[in-house]
Ligand binder design. Structure first.
Ligand code: HEM
Length: 148
């Protein structure tokens, strides 16, 4: 069970990454090129939101299976860098990234003007991708199979 969840959660990072990157580039070209907010924009932004929420759920379940997570004894977890990262830091950073994506999507949905729709995605998805990249860099597992 643990291996399946870890494999799914690990592979899903690429789906999220590609979707946020595409959404971000489209929002920036829309913003600076003063383009309309198209159906494609709406769909890519929505799929990014959905994939982030799926990853959040996978992560939450994985949290209770991982041998690196020690939520039962936070004092011990905090003293070990690897355990602290998987018990606290990864969770906090990634939940923050998912919140940014959720807020960005909701604000872009509420905005009437194409400019504000693109701007909301550019700002919030842009920040989210930075948080996710920083968290993955910090994990020391930048690619699938780099767990040691
Ligand atoms: C955008 C959201 C997230 C992304 C992109 C992400 C990405 C990753 C990556 C790349 C790994 C390393 C997988 C590997 O070793 O191959 C990982 C592992 C893990 N993540 Fe996430 N994660 C996210 C959200 C979460 C959340 C919200 C939680 C917990 C509530 C979580 C819990 C875990 C756990 C427990 C591990 C496994 C540690 C282990 O046993 O090796 N993740 N995640």
């Amino acid at each position: 069970m643990y291996k399946i969840l870890l494999g799914a959660h690990s592979g899903f990072r690429y789906i999220i990454f590609v979707l946020i990157a595409v959404a971000l580039v489209m929002a920036l070209t829309g913003l600076f090129g003063k383009k309309n907010y198209t159906e494609l924009n709406r769909k890519i932004n929505l799929f990014t939101l959905i994939s982030a929420h799926i990853q959040l759920l996978l992560g939450l379940v994985l949290y209770f299976f991982s041998p690196f997570v020690n939520y039962a004894n936070m004092g011990v977890a905090m003293k070990d860098t690897v355990s602290r990262y998987w018990t606290v830091e990864h969770l906090v950073m990634m939940i923050f990234a998912v919140i940014l994506i959720t807020v960005g999507h909701s604000r872009s949905k509420k905005a009437v003007d194409a400019f504000f729709k693109h701007r909301s995605i550019a700002i919030y998805y842009g920040l989210a991708i930075l948080v996710i990249l920083a968290a993955i860099y910090q994990s020391g597992r930048p690619l699938i199979g780099s767990a040691s």
